[in-house]
Structure formats: structure tokens, C-alpha cells
Design a protein around this ligand. Structure first.
Ligand SMILES: C[S@@+](CC[C@H](N)C(=O)[O-])C[C@H]1O[C@@H](n2cnc3c(N)ncnc32)[C@H](O)[C@@H]1O
Length: 409
């Protein structure tokens, strides 16, 4: 392609011919919006994205990626860090005037002008803005935490991933002790979790863990994994018998949801995570036991009906997962205990963007991965752990995670 053709392509819409059909589809999909639930909304959203991409010129896409989105990240992160979103949300839906230098609004006003130009704030007059639903939500720690932790804390891991690959001969990263995060931040700490804690971003990380899954069905919902059929029958009903152990369960949102959904469950519910995380747990039902525990050490709860892990295996490459799994397998009671893994199962084609995005995070920050079905069988059954996959309980295409039910072989 010569320079002239290249430039003509770069300044023409990506796919102008596709526009009429896309608009036609959108008009059709809109009709299902009212009664079609989240699936109809999601279908429309993907078409709307296709429409924007078809209309945009490559030059505009380039400006969006290299100027606009990093600039928006700067404004959004600063708004979280200074408490601006909380402050504005307190004043509700009123237009609010920026007063630079006013202590509580003490951020460069140009950040807000850009956020308004990007549609994240509504501009109501010169230097005057109203929150949108998005910026209102930024006052919630479960939504804002990721901006501080993933972008402000370790965001350079993905931007500088190409430098890491240059040094490692472009090989797929599989060593948890050598990641792009280590290179980008010049740290010797064992992993991104510890690095984030070391810079005071542990609570933001935990909040993000409680936030990214909002709006999705919990694993124990009967349309995903019918616990009343799979777990309760045959479970030891003695009060001291462990029912579910949530290993590395963070602040306990999954186990809390279980307790809420099945208040009459038999046995004990137990939350485990590193002592430093358990120390941060607040507002958890007092019937749920908390144990500070490192999953590389012997599992103290033996013979539970279920050992559950949510978003844990995807944080680690296979060698580390194997070590974690072997600790669980040692504690399982043959013919009784189940291992329940709630994580992505990426299809061979047509992967959903949230799954591929998670895979990019895992690769660039932890040298880990989201796994395909073949990866899961290799990990669970191909490593001499004595475990087998009984069933993969699938959710809808956009529910991201699936429940992988395993037992001792
Ligand atoms: C991606 S978060 C998932 C948390 C929770 N299961 C969820 O789905 O929200 C990973 C969790 O693993 C925990 N973790 C990391 N290393 C650990 C270790 N060696 N032992 C126990 N937990 C650990 C972290 O503290 C964090 O809570």
C-alpha cells in the first residue's frame, strides 16, 4: 500500500457500506429492548459498537486510543483519588460549578472538560457539570476501586507488555515470578496482589473484586449450579460438618450470597483468604467463619462437602495452580467432597470480549491466563492430581464464568 492510499484509508470511515444494514439491525433490535431483558440490551449494545466502529475513521480510532482514553483515565482516576465523585454524588442531580482551588474540587478543571467531551459528565454551562449514571456510580467503592488498583496501580503492565515480550523473546508468559508488572514497576515482590498492597491499594483491589461481577448471577443460582440437587443431598448434616469452604474468597461476597440464598443450609460455611485480607472483612454474617490461610499450605478444613474457588485459577499459570489444587485434593474426602471452580471457559471461536479482556489482564499482570475447555481438562486431569472434571455447568454466553465441578478420580 503506498502512502497516499494508506492515508486515504486512514481518513475514510472503516466500513461505510455496512452502515445501512447495521442501522436496520439496530432498529429491529430496539423493538425487543423493553421485554427482552439483559440479553436484548446486550445484543443491541454489540450492534451499536459495530456501528460506531464502521463509522469511525482509522485516524479517529487512533486519536481515541492514544489521546482520549488515556486522558479520560487520568480524569476518572483523579476523581476517585480526590473523592470528587463522592462529593458530587452527595449533591445529587444538581448541576455543579467547578471552582478550581476550592478544597473539595481541587483538581485541574480541564480534566472535567475532557470527561464531558467524552460523554462521562453532562456539561450544563461554562465550567458546570452534572453527573451521568456512570460518574454517579464512580462514587461506589466497588465501581471506583478498579480505577485506582488496575489502572493507577498496575496499569503500565499492559502498556509496557511489548517491552517485556522483547526481553523474553516474544514467548507466551508462564512464569508467575517474572511478569510484565515486575518489569514495568521495577519490583521484586512476588506478584501484583502484593505489589498493590505495598503501595496501599489493597482495599481498592478487594473492592474491585466485589465490583466486577455485579449484575451477574451468583454461582449458586439454580440456573447455574443447582446446589439443592448437587450439594445438599448427601451432605453431612451435623452442625460442625464443613459444607462450603470459599478458598481465597476475598471479602466474602460469594459466601455471603450463599448464606443469603440458602439460610437453612446444613453444616458450616467458611471463608478463607490471606490474613491481611481477612482482617479487612466487614459486615459479614457472623455465622460465616473466617480463616486466615495461605493456599500453598496444608488445607486446615478436611472433608468439606465443597471447596469453592472463584477467579483464583485464572490468576496463576499451570505450575502454581497444580500446587494449589494438590492442597485441596489432599483435604477432599473420596466419594463425598467436590471441588467447584468458578472461572471462564473460553470457547474455541467467538470468545466474548469480557473473557478475552480478562485473559489480557491475567497475561500482562500475572503471566497467567483465562482457560479454554481443553486447558481445563489438561490442568485438572492431566497432572496426576487424582482429580476429574464431572461436569462444566455453563452459563449464558455473556455470563463470563462457568462452574467446573470436580471430584477425586
Ligand atoms: C482475583 S481475587 C478473587 C477473590 C474472590 N474469590 C472473588 O472472586 O472475588 C484473588 C484472591 O486470591 C487471594 N490470594 C492471593 N494469594 C493467596 C494465597 N497465597 N493464599 C490465599 N489467598 C490468596 C487474594 O487475596 C484475593 O482475595
Amino acid at each position: 500500500m503506498d502512502a497516499q492510499t494508506g492515508l486515504a484509508i486512514a481518513t475514510s470511515p472503516n466500513d461505510i457500506a455496512a452502515i445501512p444494514n447495521l442501522v436496520g439491525d439496530i432498529n429491529e433490535f430496539v423493538k425487543n429492548l423493553e421485554n427482552g431483558g439483559n440479553e436484548a440490551r446486550h445484543k443491541l449494545l454489540l450492534k451499536a459498537r459495530d456501528l460506531v466502529q464502521a463509522l469511525e475513521t482509522p485516524r479517529e480510532t487512533m486519536i481515541k486510543h492514544t489521546w482520549a482514553q488515556p486522558g479520560a483515565a487520568a480524569g476518572l482516576i483523579t476523581g476517585v483519588d480526590t473523592g470528587l465523585w463522592v462529593l458530587m454524588a452527595r449533591d445529587g442531580d444538581k448541576p455543579q460549578k467547578v471552582a478550581e482551588g476550592r478544597e473539595s474540587w481541587n483538581i485541574p478543571c480541564r480534566l472535567l472538560r475532557h470527561l464531558a467531551a467524552m460523554g462521562y459528565l453532562a456539561e450544563t454551562g461554562p465550567g458546570e457539570y452534572k453527573l451521568t449514571n456512570f460518574t454517579k456510580s464512580m462514587s461506589l467503592p466497588v465501581i471506583s476501586g478498579g480505577y485506582i488498583a488496575l489502572l493507577g496501580g498496575i496499569g503500565r503492565s499492559s502498556i509496557e507488555f511489548h517491552k517485556f515480550l522483547r526481553k523474553t523473546n516474544w514467548r507466551n508468559p508462564i512464569d508467575a515470578t517474572k511478569t510484565s508488572m515486575h518489569l514495568a514497576y521495577g519490583t521484586d515482590l512476588p506478584n501484583a496482589f502484593e505489589y498493590l498492597r505495598s503501595i496501599g491499594y489493597g482495599p481498592h483491589t478487594n473492592n474491585h473484586m466485589g465490583g466486577y461481577r455485579q449484575g451477574r448471577l451468583p454461582w449458586m443460582h439454580e440456573s447455574i449450579y443447582p446446589v439443592a440437587k448437587q450439594l445438599f443431598p448427601g451432605a453431612d448434616s451435623k452442625p460442625d460438618a464443613p459444607l462450603v469452604v470459599d478458598i481465597a474468597g476475598g471479602l466474602g461476597h460469594d459466601i455471603a450470597e450463599f448464606q443469603k440464598m440458602y439460610p437453612d443450609h446444613p453444616g458450616r460455611l467458611i471463608l478463607q483468604d490471606l490474613p491481611v485480607v481477612i482482617a479487612d472483612v466487614k459486615d459479614l454474617d457472623s455465622n460465616i467463619e473466617r480463616i486466615g490461610y495461605d493456599f500453598h499450605t496444608e488445607q486446615p478444613i478436611k472433608g468439606a462437602r465443597a471447596y469453592f474457588m472463584h477467579s483464583i485459577m485464572h490468576d496463576w499459570p499451570d505450575d502454581v495452580c497444580k500446587r494449589i489444587l494438590s492442597r485441596i485434593a489432599e483435604a477432599m474426602k473420596p466419594g463425598y467432597s467436590k471441588l467447584l471452580i468458578f472461572d471462564c471457559v473460553i470457547p474455541r471461536t467467538g470468545a466474548y470480549w469480557e473473557n478475552t479482556a480478562g485473559d489480557m489482564l491475567m497475561m500482562t499482570q500475572l503471566s497467567a491466563l483465562e482457560r479454554t475447555q481443553d486447558n481445563w481438562y489438561d490442568l485438572i486431569e492431566g497432572n496426576g492430581l487424582g482429580l476429574k472434571i464431572v461436569k462444566i455447568w455453563r452459563c449464558s454466553d455473556t455470563d463470563v464464568e462457568n462452574l467446573i465441578e470436580c471430584e477425586l478420580a
